[in-house]
Design a protein around this ligand. Structure first.
Ligand code: SAM
Length: 287
């Protein structure tokens, strides 16, 4: 350990409409495979029924929206909303290729998207609702799109410090780089990690009957079937983790890479590099 440097200036804000969206798209299959276990748990919990209308917030490459479209059937409909126009083009391409007629996509900021009031039975979001700069207004807008008695289902990350996959990787980084103290509730993957805070946002927005369930399970870093080397490449080149190292000397980057490889070798299974992850699965009803 040595060469500590302040990485605050390297921590890029998350620009999902631009670079972040394009990066998610470039690595779409690996990202979607990595978070598939949480997505499956969220879908099981949401239990969509034929004929329902569903809005998927921050739909990414559309995997959840396509799965929901199959569950709600021809009498149902799904609209995926994402702020990244590049991702929306890919969503449309994939839905068309799979010949799915009851799913559509729109490129828009979900915080302000205008759709007919109360026109959806259900709201869904796998890790797409943590990036709003003004979350109170955003959740108010979203609540307005769900009919009274309709339901919302969200997956959001539990705190980084309790999440072994993030905690161990960040622990390595902290041995070399001084990381700024995270600002509570700042837009980003952990913005909604505090159930009290998230519950207050949802209640203010008009949701009732809130239920928080902690999901815990193995997550394949870099997607199913990853090797220690491919997981390391994914973390360094596709996740924010790599950005924090970008300006560091080659010695620091090499040291972090060696530590990550050692970590991943210890977690390598026949299914990939699996690390434990924790997420909140949150459901609520529109009052
Ligand atoms: C972590 S990714 C999750 C993608 C997808 N839900 C999935 O599970 O595969 C977050 C997604 O939220 C989208 N996003 C971020 N802020 C948004 C906003 N204000 N409105 C709509 N989408 C947004 C991003 O473009 C990105 O596709």
């Amino acid at each position: 350990m040595s060469d500590k440097a302040n990485a605050a200036e390297n921590m890029a804000a998350e620009d999902w409409a631009g670079e972040m969206g394009e990066r998610w798209l470039r690595n779409l299959d690996r990202f979607e495979s990595m978070i598939a276990p949480v997505g499956e748990a969220l879908l099981r919990r949401a239990d969509y029924q034929p004929g329902q209308s569903v809005l998927d917030i921050g739909c990414g490459g559309g995997a959840s929206a396509r799965a929901i479209a199959a569950q709600v059937g021809a009498a149902g409909r799904v609209l995926g909303v994402d702020i990244s126009p590049h991702l929306v083009v890919e969503c449309e391409r994939r839905a068309h290729a799979a010949d799915i007629a009851n799913v559509h996509f729109v490129a828009a900021d979900a915080a302000a998207v205008k759709l007919p009031a109360g026109s959806y039975d259900r709201l869904h979001s796998r890790f797409g609702s943590m990036f709003f700069p003004e979350p109170a207004a955003a959740f108010r807008n979203l609540a307005g799109l769900v009919r009274s008695g309709g339901r919302a289902d969200f997956a959001v990350w539990a705190p980084a410090k309790d999440n072994p996959w993030v905690g161990s990787m960040m622990g390595i980084l902290r041995d070399y780089i001084e990381l700024p103290k995270p600002e509570p509730h700042a837009p980003g993957p952990f913005a909604l990690d505090d159930p009290n805070y998230f519950a207050s946002l949802l209640r203010q927005a008009g949701f009732i009957s809130l239920e928080f369930a902690l999901w815990q399970g193995a997550q394949p870093i870099g997607g199913a079937g990853s090797t220690p080397e491919s997981a390391c490449d994914f973390v360094l080149n596709s996740m924010n983790f790599g950005d924090m190292l970008a300006e560091q000397p080659a010695t620091v980057r090499a040291a972090v890479e060696a530590r990550l490889l050692a970590l991943f070798r210890g977690q390598h299974t026949p299914r990939g590099v699996e690390m434990q992850a924790l997420a909140w699965l949150v459901s609520a009803r529109r009052g």
